[in-house]
Design a protein around this ligand. Structure first.
Ligand code: FAD
Length: 462
């Protein structure tokens, strides 16, 4: 199979991109740069962009194993959202209430920062800032919506940031079956994420960054990134490989690569859209433990994703797992249940991706000047805005800028490593199983499943 076809098959978003995904030139041999960045997902590209804009004289190279946007950045649900990466409680324990309030604000402001770059660089990624609607479809989900709202208020978010919406208010936006109530936040844009990643890569190049694709880094060491095609020496080496980090020598236990899946329908006819509404393009999610999330795509489909938190022993990532029919069928069932008007639509795309789960559910942004090593990641499935904060923060740290970003509670944090196998697999499997069984109990009884509390500290934030 050609690279182009294999890359397009990774997601709807990559598949519908116009033009060719033909690879950029691979690293042609040993080279010297000021900054070498490993990984051309959002973290690597935002780091390169922020550095290049701040200091055009810097010689920056991005080394990507496949093609820009190949990882989670080109496969996600396209929510440019303010949902905090990881667990807010972890940041509060570290930096107090004031610290977590600043983190929440940074996420909110980060959306418009990305929007401004999209506009300034002319990135065609179908950006629509229509907000986000989280709906409860059962009494326990409604109770979680209300508890979550109370918690958001405590963390400094007012009614203009997030507010309760009644069933009537939901119906005025879209026809979603079984909704009882929910919360709406204006702080979310929907995009084609692969178009954002690819457009950002081109913007980086316009600012003088060199990108080499099909160049896998095998080892990172102080001031060196080694590949089979040559070694790059640089004052600063940035690891921006999130869920894929385990593939680099010596980094096997940094993150758990957790798989999450998506499906997309064919473009729906006008009559179906007339029945569904959804003209505001707000992103949607339910409040199940393994929640379902989705968007109305720029070309008139419904794209739906669902957490299943599948983990393969040894942190292995295998492309053949991405089409697991069991998960796909769960999403088709959710599509039919939530949007009966789209019941007859063909499912044209099924795909999956991995996000990086850190052991303590805290993202981290680190730079050690002595070694020149830098990294950002561990966003726990909420990385679109967090990765831009990570990249901008790394740029400030490298350039010695004392900005507000470098005082956020994830800066300088060292994530603990995951346990050795088989403990890692047993833990991940147990959490996923408990959450799935809690969803089944709630669906059957209509009452909150207490068992989910057993694993609350080990599960990702929402
Ligand atoms: C299905 C799904 C849905 C999601 N939905 C959302 C959402 O709607 N909103 C949200 O905020 N977050 C979402 N996320 C999470 C978000 O996509 C990620 O947190 C974010 O994209 C991480 O960006 P990254 O650049 O750190 O990692 P990635 O995008 O994974 O990029 C890492 C890059 O490094 C490359 N690489 C790996 N190993 C090497 C190597 N050895 N040498 C060179 N290059 C290498 C990879 O090929 C890849 O291109 C979702 C994730 C998934 C999987």
């Amino acid at each position: 199979m050609s690279d182009e076809r294999r890359w397009r098959e990774r997601s709807l978003w990559l598949d519908v991109l116009p033009g060719s995904l033909g690879p950029r030139l691979a690293l042609p041999g040993d080279r010297a740069y000021d900054v070498a960045i490993v990984g051309a997902g959002f973290t690597g590209l935002w780091t390169a962009y922020a550095l290049a804009v701040a200091d055009p004289a810097l010689r920056i190279v991005v080394l990507e194993a496949e093609t820009a946007g190949f990882g989670a950045s080109g496969r996600n649900a396209g929510f440019v959202s303010a949902g905090i990466a990881g667990q807010a409680a972890v940041y509060e324990r570290r930096a107090g209430l004031e610290g977590v309030i600043r983190a929440e604000r940074a996420m909110v402001e980060g959306i418009d920062w990305i929007g401004a770059v999209v506009a300034a660089e002319g990135i065609a990624c179908s950006w629509v800032k229509g907000g986000s609607l989280r709906v409860a479809t059962s009494a326990p989900q409604l109770a979680r919506v209300q508890a979550g709202l109370k918690e958001k208020r405590r963390r400094g978010l007012g009614p203009a940031d997030t507010s309760f919406v009644t069933l009537e208010e939901i119906r005025a936006r879209l026809a979603i079956e079984g909704a009882l109530g929910g919360v709406f936040t204006p702080h979310c844009a929907r995009v084609n994420p692969a178009a954002l990643a690819r457009g950002l890569a081109e913007a980086c190049e316009r600012h003088g960054v060199t990108i080499h694709e099909e160049t896998r880094v095998t080892r990172i060491a102080p001031r060196r990134a080694e590949t089979l095609r040559g070694t790059v020496t640089a004052e600063v080496v940035v690891r921006a490989t999130e869920a894929y980090t385990g593939g680099i020598h010596g980094h096997g236990r940094r993150f758990l690569p957790l798989a999450t899946r998506m499906i997309a329908t064919e473009p729906l006819p006008a009559a179906t859209w007339a029945a569904l509404g959804w003209t505001g393009c707000e992103t949607i999610a339910d409040q199940a433990h393994h929640f379902v999330y989705g968007q109305r795509t720029p070309d008139g489909r419904i794209a739906l994703g669902g957490r299943g938190l599948a983990y393969r022993s040894g942190s292995r990532i295998r492309e053949e797992d991405e089409r697991d029919p069991a998960v796909g069928e769960r999403l088709v069932e959710a599509l039919h249940r939530l949007f009966p008007a789209a019941r007859d639509a063909a499912i044209t795309h099924r795909w999956g991706g991995v996000f990086g789960a850190p052991r303590d559910w805290s993202m981290a942004v680190r730079f050690e000047r002595a070694s020149g090593l830098a990294t950002a990641g561990g966003y726990g499935g909420h990385g679109v805005v967090a990765s831009s904060l990570g990249g901008r923060t790394l740029a400030d740290l490298v350039l010695g800028h004392e900005s507000d970003l470098v005082t956020l509670p994830w800066v300088g944090h060292e994530q603990p490593r995951w346990e050795l196998e088989p403990l890692r697999w047993l833990g991940a499997h147990a959490v996923a199983t408990v959450l799935a069984s809690a969803d089944r109990v709630e669906a059957r009884t209509g009452r909150a499943a207490r068992r989910s509390r057993l694993v609350a500290r080990l599960a990702p934030g929402r």
